[in-house]
Structure formats: structure tokens, C-alpha cells
Design a binder for this molecule. Structure first.
Ligand code: ZN
Length: 453
């Protein structure tokens, strides 16, 4: 048995409902990757075989979950600025994605994993091409991940079937590399969106998902315009498409949902147990999408919501602290209610909400006995957090990703004193430099898909 004790930290306690709490002077005992006890400091004696991690002055926070991203898109960071959403897809990103190769995706995924781990993000829920390369990067760096190999209908049935096969292989890899605990790498099916994937293909995806117990991770009802266009084209909303194709019945993680209508809520409520939504507010602001995810309405319908960054080609970072802060601000603005999306609710969304989005609602998302030990130790002693009247408020409104000191995933110390242990960051940055220009090259013409929702 491997045993680790995190000594003398404060612990952010995130209950299922209600106000978060900070317990001071705690020890967290971890055995074989699971949290077994959280108790006052000193209750566990030092003994041979017990590794000790001194966390004096730090606050232990459940590892953050990036509920929706396309991790290798870090390679396009800053390469598509100040453009409309149509130009972002049609003139920048989808032409750039003609340049994807397994090797380049791997370089991007390793950079993404390093960025997230150093910022206290212990799980990411990904949706991209060459996902087996992302799985390899996640395995190497020690992060937890759910990966959805992505496809469009325009590329044909063979590519669609290959994406399912990739999900099967990633799931098998996750299982074979797991110890006694649950796999750290899991897979979902990844149709791109109802406007780029036909209903026929969504039906087929839902059948595979039900038969093989996969969830489906896709973009849907991203904007009000998209919902309007779906109604004009098909006579129904994107959420109604997901219902009639069986996607909701199979279980879905819906990215964005800013165009979800009140009339969709009843449908979603019928599938609440298997439906989650990921909100990525920085993207909605940057692409001037005009709205944000209706979290209050979704939560009233019993839908779990997580927070994500989406790809760094628009979000520029994979910093979930930045996302959760923007989420709180945009939600208050949306509802015109400063009392809505409280500090506690925001922290719950980034931890327990993210766990639900990752399909791991009972596995991660809280520092309590029985959960896997995914923990970020954060230093709130910097001038931007002091004086510390309320550490919970600091975590939402003041903290920086660089305040994360040490990170534990599945009971393993992955980042220690701001240094990534599992991979060579300098080497990752060199590899990034070597191939970055090849990914943003537009000289070839063409695109992987045309954006016309
Ligand atoms: Zn996305």
C-alpha cells in the first residue's frame, strides 16, 4: 500500500449544497490514491512507509476540473484574434486544423497537460482529433482525463467509425494502465455538434453509446443564432435534435448551451441524471456571442453544470481559475442579480460540477474520505490575496494560477513547489517551439469543415 499524508493545511470543504467552509490545521491521509481520512493535524504519527508532505500555510482545494476543452489547441494560442465567430472558424481554425498530425497533437497535448497541472487543474474533459495522442500525454504527465475522439459527418462513415474505435482503445488503455482504483483515463464519444453531424450519425452514435456504455460529449445550442437556425432548418431546437436522436437518453455532456431555450428545459429535466453542461464564459465574451449559459435555469431543472476553458485558440489559457471568475461575473450580469452565483456556488461548480461533467461525480470533486486524492495546494499569502478576510473569496476573485504550489493527482505528487515532476517542461517548451509554426500555416488552402450553423 502507498501512503501519503498532507500535513497541516487548511482544507476547502465543498458541500453538495450550501456554504463552503475552510477547516484549518488539518492532515489529509491518502492510501493507494484515495483519501481515507481528513483530521486535525498531528493525529497521524510518522511511521516507515508513510510519505509526508508539509503544507503549512497552504489551502488544500479539490483539484479543478476543466469541463470542456480541446487541449492541443494551445498550439494556436493567440493566432486568431479580433475576428468574428464565422471568420474564427472559416478563415482561421478549420484551415489550421488541416495541419494536424498525430505528432503535432501530441506536442500540443503535452504542453496543455503541463499548463493545467501547474495551475491546479487535475482533470480535463477533452474533445479533439488524434485523441490517442492526448491519452498518451495524459498518462505520461499524470493528469486525469476523459477524452472524446471527434468527428464531423462531412468526413464520412469510415472516419466516424474510426473515432468510435479510438474511444474503445482509449478506454482499454485507461483500464490496462489503472491500478486498483478507477482508471485515470476514460473515453466518451465525440460528435462535433448537431450542425456538423447529421441526425443519422447522431442516432448511430447514441446506439454505440448505449450498447457500450459511453457518454457523448458534443457542442450544442452554442448560441441563440444556432438555435434559431436549427428551428428554421429542421423545425426543432438543437436540444430537441439531441432528444429525438437518442443522444440525451444515452447520456450527454453539452458544451456551452448558451442558446438553450426555456422550452428545452423540460426535455433536459427528463434526462437530468445523465445530462451535464459545461460553461466556458471567456469564449462567449471574446467572440461576442451575446449570451452565456443559462446556469440558473439548468440547475433548477436538475442539470449539473461544470466550468471549462474550451480551446486555447480562443480562450488563450487553460486556466480554470480565470474561467470560474468570469463565470461568476457573467452569471451575475446575466441574471442582473449580485446575490446569484455566490462564491460557494462558484467553487462548487468548478469542483463537484466539473466532476459530474467528467462522469466522475462520485469519484472526484471533493476532499473527503472515499474520493480519489486529486488536490491542489494553494498559497494565499501573496499581496493580491492579503489581508485574507475570506479565503473562499480569494479563491474566486483574487488567486492566480501561479499561486498553486503543489498538486496531487490520484494520490501521486505531480507538481511539487511549482515544478512539474512527471515530465520535462523545458523539453516540452522546446518541442512546442519547433512545431508551432507548422500548425498555424494557412498556405495550403482548404479546411477540415465549413462553419454555417
Ligand atoms: Zn469547444
Amino acid at each position: 500500500m502507498t501512503r501519503l499524508v498532507i500535513r497541516n493545511c487548511s482544507v476547502l470543504v465543498v458541500p453538495v449544497a450550501g456554504v463552503c467552509r475552510v477547516d484549518e490545521y488539518q492532515d489529509i491521509l491518502i492510501e493507494d490514491g484515495a483519501i481515507t481520512e481528513v483530521m486535525p493535524t498531528g493525529a497521524v504519527d510518522a511511521e516507515p512507509g508513510l510519505e509526508e508532505l508539509d503544507a503549512t500555510g497552504l489551502i488544500a482545494v479539490p483539484g479543478l476540473v476543466n469541463s470542456h476543452t480541446h487541449s492541443p489547441m494551445v498550439m494556436m494560442r493567440g493566432a486568431a484574434e479580433d475576428v468574428s465567430i464565422d471568420d474564427w472558424f472559416n478563415r482561421k481554425i478549420w484551415p489550421m486544423e488541416m495541419n494536424l498530425t498525430p505528432e503535432r497533437v501530441k506536442v500540443g497535448a503535452r504542453l496543455a497537460c503541463a499548463e493545467m497541472l501547474l495551475a491546479g487543474v487535475t482533470t480535463f474533459v477533452d474533445h479533439y482529433f488524434h485523441a490517442e495522442q492526448i491519452a498518451a500525454a495524459a498518462l505520461e504527465t499524470g493528469i486525469r482525463a476523459d477524452l472524446a475522439p471527434t468527428f464531423f459527418s462531412s468526413t464520412g462513415a469510415d472516419v466516424r467509425e474510426a473515432a468510435y474505435e479510438s474511444a474503445r482503445e482509449i478506454r482499454a488503455l485507461g483500464k490496462s494502465s489503472a491500478g486498483d482504483g478507477p482508471p485515470r483515463i476514460t473515453a466518451s464519444l465525440g460528435p462535433h455538434a448537431p450542425y456538423t453531424v447529421t441526425e443519422e450519425d447522431l442516432v448511430r452514435t447514441a446506439e454505440v453509446a448505449r450498447a457500450e456504455e459511453f457518454r457523448i460529449h458534443l457542442h450544442a445550442a452554442e448560441t441563440a443564432d444556432q438555435t434559431q437556425s436549427s428551428k428554421e432548418r429542421l423545425g426543432v431546437t438543437p436540444i430537441e435534435v439531441l432528444e429525438r436522436t437518442g443522444v440525451l437518453d444515452a447520456g450527454a455532456l453539452i458544451a456551452h448551451g448558451c442558446g438553450i431555450l426555456d422550452s428545452d428545459l423540460g426535455i433536459l429535466a427528463n434526462h437530468a441524471r445523465r445530462t451535464t453542461v459545461a460553461a466556458c464564459p471567456k469564449v462567449y465574451l471574446k467572440l461576442a456571442m451575446g449570451s452565456t449559459t443559462p446556469i440558473r435555469q439548468l440547475q433548477s431543472a436538475g442539470i449539473a453544470v461544470g466550468v471549462g476553458t474550451d480551446g486555447a485558440a480562443v480562450h488563450n489559457t487553460l486556466d480554470v481559475w480565470e474561467s470560474l471568475r468570469l463565470l461568476a461575473l457573467t452569471q451575475k450580469q446575466r441574471e442582473e442579480d449580485a446575490e446569484w452565483m455566490t462564491v460557494s456556488d462558484t467553487l462548487r461548480l468548478a469542483t463537484r460540477g466539473g466532476a459530474a461533467a467528467a462522469g466522475l461525480a462520485d469519484t472526484i470533486g471533493a476532499i473527503e474520505p472515499g474520493r480519489r486524492a486529486d488536490i491542489a495546494l494553494v498559497d494565499l499569502s501573496g499581496p493580491h490575496c492579503q489581508p485574507l478576510h475570506d479565503p473562499r473569496a480569494a479563491l474566486v476573485y483574487s488567486v492566480r494560477a501561479s499561486d498553486v504550489v503543489t498538486v496531487v493527482v490520484d494520490g501521486n505528487i505531480i507538481v511539487r513547489d511549482h515544478r512539474l515532476i512527471t515530465a520535462d517542461l523545458d523539453e516540452i517548451l522546446h518541442a512546442t517551439k519547433d512545431v508551432a509554426h507548422t500548425l498555424i500555416d494557412l498556405s495550403h488552402g482548404g479546411a477540415v469543415q465549413h462553419h454555417a450553423p
